[in-house]
Design a protein around this ligand. Sequence first.
Ligand SMILES: [Zn+2]
Length: 320
Amino acid sequence: MKLKMGSKRYTFVIIPDANSAVRRFEVPKLIPYIAGAGLMTLMAVTLVMYASHAKNATVANELEKRIVSKDAEFSSTVQEKNQTIEQLQSEVIRLSQQTAEMKQKIDAIRQQEDEVRSLTGSGQVSISSADAPPASAAMGGSSTPATDAEVLTLAEQTKSQLSDMDKSVDELKDSIADTKEKALEAQEKLKVTPNIWPVDSRTITSGFGLRQDPFTSRPSFHSGYDIASPANSPVHVTADGVVASTGSDDSHGNNIIVTHSKGLQTWYMHLNKINVQKGEHVQKGQVIGLVGSTGRSTGYHLHYEVLKNGVSSDPKPYLP
Ligand SMILES: [Zn+2]
């Protein structure tokens, strides 16, 4: 009825069936456009939301992947760290073992030094030694992994032992220097003390003390050793010293007196030849003359005499 073309309204007619009344209604002409626009907006919003969701899903997926990757990375790092800690603990244990071994070596050196001292007659030294228990004592026999506290204690013990050893080595250094000095003194003393045979021969034809005189057959005192020896065999001075005198007389023949230390002198008689001069420094073993039979002698031999503060004494303690 009022459906007019060009008017500002649309009229919609609904015919349900033949017997029912026809219904119609009018809407302003703008409504379909508004509805269309609404639909378009809804679709646009839906699309945007869908795109946003899709994007979020991708981001979430990406994040999840990264988390998994990071997790693996962390696990690997933790594993590496654990390995490093285990290696360090092993190092501490090894170090403590090495320290214990080193301590044993130092003790062995100290013992040897004591032996050297007793050889040179300078007595034993007991260096103060902080006898910490060997590091190996901190380890048990079980296979339980060491706790951090145990490893830390071991490290502390090792540190303390190393510090003690440092002190010991310093003391040992001083002590060895002292021992060396004592050894040199002993060596020096040995050099100036007669203690070797003056000739190669060991045939003593007349000892020290009372005997029957070979010329008069009367009891007489023999002040040294007569050592039978081939003519011109070398005569060695029996210790370092200085030639006190050389001479020749009817009784002693060609003879040499050498002064050593601590009032000791040695006297070599009946020589064929004298190789040294008065005042000459001689060294133990040096050839000072040749065996002869000069003076009051019945055959080739060396009369060897040791004088202590000018008095003849038995040469026996001065021979090896
Ligand atoms: Zn004699």
